[in-house]
Ligand binder design. Structure first.
Ligand SMILES: [Zn+2]
Length: 383
C-alpha cells in the first residue's frame, strides 16, 4: 500500500530556493506569506504553496470513466491499459513541465476527477512519481449535466442526515485518504489525501446536486479545503450563493468553466464574471484552447478583469482528459457501440506557451500574469 512519506522531501528541498527567490523578486509574496503555515495537499504529501510554480487548475489525467454513472462496472484497467495510460499521461505532462521557465517550475496540475468517475488514487500516485510537477486530487461528487448523478451520491443524500453523511465522506477523503474504487462504495480507503473539493451543476441545479454541493460547503468550512466547480452554460452565481449560504468562505470558492456564454446570453459575459469576483470568489478560465474558448477570447476576458483590479481572483487551466470511457450504454445513442477507451492527445502547454504570450500582447502586466498562474493557485490551494 502507498505511504506518503519519502519521495517528496528531497525534491521539495531542491525546488525551494529557486522558486522562493523568484517570488521574492517580483514582490509577490504577500498572499502566500500570510498562509505560511498552510500547505498544499498533493497526492505525494504536503508541499509548501510557494513550491508549486505554475498551476493548471482543472485537468484530468490519466482518465475519466462514466460507467458507474450508468450503473455499469468501471471499464477494465488491464495492466497493458494502465501502462499505456501512465506512459502517455506522463509524456504529455512532461511537455508541460519542460515548457516552464525556472521561475515557473516545477508546475502542478489539479486533477479534478470526482469520486467514482474514474478517480484511481493509487494510479495518480504512480503518475506523480514519474513527474517533477505536482498532482493534486479531488474529493466530491460530480453533477448530472451529461450523465446521471452517481447512484452512491443519490443514495447517501436521501438517507437521514444525508447531507452531513456526504460532508463526512468528503472530510474523510481530505483528512485521511480517498476511497479506493477497487472495493464496494465506501468499503476501502487509501492513504492518498484529496486537496480540493470538486462539485458541479447542470444548467440549473438539481435536488441531488444541491445536497452534494451543500455538503461541499460544510466540508470546506470545517477543513479549509477549497471548492472547485463545474458549471454547465452558466449557473455559477447560483452555485456561489448556495455555497456561501451553507458556510463556505468566498475565498475558498472557485467557479469553473468560464469563457463561453457564462450568463447564458452574452458570449463573453463580462458582467457575470464581475459579479462573481465581487462576491469574493475566484473565476476560472479552465478550458483555454477548446473550440469555444480560444486563447484570444480567454485572454480578452481575463484582461477585462485585470483592468478592473481583479487579477488576484483569476485562475486558468485546460480541462483535458486524455483517456475517456463513456460507459457501455448511452441512452441518447443506444445503438452506438461505445465500450472502448478513447484517447486524445492533449496539449497541456497551451497556458504557458500560448495564453501567457497572448495576455502579454494584450497588455496584462507580467506581475498580473504571475499572480494568475502562480500566486493565486498557491493561495487558494493552501489550507
Ligand atoms: Zn473537468
Amino acid at each position: 500500500m502507498y505511504t506518503a512519506k519519502h519521495p517528496i522531501h528531497r525534491r521539495t528541498f531542491l525546488k525551494t530556493s529557486a522558486t522562493a527567490l523568484a517570488v521574492a523578486s517580483t514582490g509577490g509574496t504577500v498572499g502566500i506569506a500570510a498562509d505560511r503555515a498552510a500547505s498544499v495537499q498533493t497526492v505525494l504529501g504536503p508541499v509548501a504553496p510557494d513550491e508549486l510554480g505554475m498551476v493548471l487548475m482543472h485537468e484530468h489525467a490519466p482518465l475519466v470513466d462514466w460507467s458507474e454513472l450508468y450503473e455499469f462496472k468501471p471499464a477494465p484497467l488491464t495492466p497493458a491499459v494502465r501502462k499505456e495510460m501512465l506512459e502517455n499521461s506522463a509524456r504529455m505532462l512532461r511537455q508541460f513541465q519542460n515548457s516552464l521557465g525556472s521561475d515557473q517550475s516545477p508546475g502542478a496540475i489539479v486533477e479534478c476527477t470526482p469520486i467514482r468517475v474514474g478517480r484511481y488514487p493509487n494510479l495518480m500516485v504512480e503518475l506523480a512519481r514519474r513527474l517533477k510537477c505536482h498532482l493534486i486530487a479531488a474529493t466530491g461528487f460530480w453533477c448530472e449535466a451529461f450523465a446521471p448523478q452517481h447512484p452512491w451520491a443519490i443514495r447517501l443524500g436521501l438517507e437521514k442526515n444525508g447531507i452531513d453523511k456526504i460532508a463526512r465522506l468528503y472530510i474523510r477523503e481530505i483528512r485521511e485518504g480517498m476511497e479506493d474504487p477497487s472495493g464496494a462504495w465506501g468499503e476501502k480507503f487509501t492513504a492518498v489525501k484529496a486537496g480540493i473539493i470538486k462539485i458541479g451543476t447542470s444548467a440549473y441545479m438539481t435536488p441531488s446536486e444541491r445536497r452534494c454541493n451543500t455538503a461541499a460547503a460544510i466540508a470546506s468550512a470545517e477543513t479549509g479545503c477549497p471548492i472547485t466547480t463545474h458549471t454547465t452554460d452558466g449557473g455559477g452565481l447560483e452555485q456561489a450563493h448556495l455555497l456561501l449560504k451553507a458556510g463556505a468562505k468566498p475565498e475558498r470558492i472557485i467557479i469553473g468553466h468560464m469563457g463561453n456564454k457564462d450568463d447564458r446570453e452574452q458570449d463573453e459575459a463580462y458582467a457575470y464574471h464581475r459579479q462573481l469576483v465581487e462576491l469574493g470568489c475566484y473565476v476560472q478560465f479552465d478550458r483555454v484552447g477548446h473550440d469555444k474558448y480560444t486563447v484570444e477570447k480567454c485572454a480578452r476576458q481575463i484582461k477585462r478583469l485585470t483592468d478592473a483590479g481583479f487579477a488576484r481572483q483569476v485562475l486558468v487551466g485546460h480541462d483535458w482528459a486524455p483517456y475517456f470511457y463513456r460507459g457501455q450504454f448511452d441512452p441518447k445513442t443506444p445503438n452506438d457501440k461505445i465500450d472502448a477507451w478513447t484517447f486524445k492527445e492533449s496539449d497541456f502547454t497551451i497556458v504557458p506557451r500560448q495564453l501567457v504570450p497572448e495576455l502579454k500582447k494584450s497588455g496584462v502586466t507580467a506581475a498580473d500574469i504571475r499572480t494568475i498562474t502562480i500566486e493565486n493557485p498557491a493561495r487558494v490551494l493552501a489550507f
